[in-house]
Design a binder for this molecule. Structure first.
Ligand code: GDP
Length: 138
């Protein structure tokens, strides 16, 4: 069994109808989608998800964006999944993202940047548990 990470196709990408293209890239890169669902976060749920960022100046804007429309949440599994998924996503700011990355191709701005990925094993555990029950991942 590989490592697991929490991935989100953010509301900007869902609205622009590129969900399928992003999922194809995920599968082509060798990740197994262990769980997946569409969610419409409330503002409060987005704040809970991004609680570690509550002191950041963009927290209000980020949580409004993340609750502005449906998103797709997924658990991805692969060897070294946390790092591999962040590599496939690219830099937070699409202007700084390498070519071939999802954010280079699909992000519109540093905030509306198409995808999310956990940044460490502890955050992956928190984020997976935020959206999925153990029974979904058995
Ligand atoms: P990530 O791990 O690459 O997603 O980046 P961070 O953990 O630093 O930030 C979380 C999310 O907040 C990013 O994916 C962006 O959607 C948003 N974000 C990060 N930096 C900024 C910023 O400077 N301004 C705004 N408006 N949003 C930001």
């Amino acid at each position: 069994m590989g490592e697991r990470t929490l991935a989100i196709i953010k509301p900007d990408a869902v609205e622009r109808r590129v969900t399928g293209r992003i999922i194809r890239r995920i599968e082509d890169a060798g990740f197994t989608i262990r769980a997946m669902r569409r969610v419409q976060l409330s503002k409060r749920e987005a704040e809970g998800f991004y609680a570690v960022h509550r002191e950041r100046p963009f927290f209000a804007s980020l949580t409004s964006f993340m609750s502005s429309g449906p998103a797709i949440v997924m658990v991805l599994e692969a060897p070294d999944a946390i790092r591999q998924w962040r590599t496939l996503m690219g830099a937070t700011d699409p202007a700084k993202a390498d070519s071939g990355t999802l954010r280079k191709e699909f992000a519109q701005s540093i905030e509306r940047n198409a995808t999310h990925g956990s940044d460490a094993p502890e955050t992956a555990a928190y984020e997976i548990g935020y959206f999925f029950a153990g029974v979904d991942l058995a």
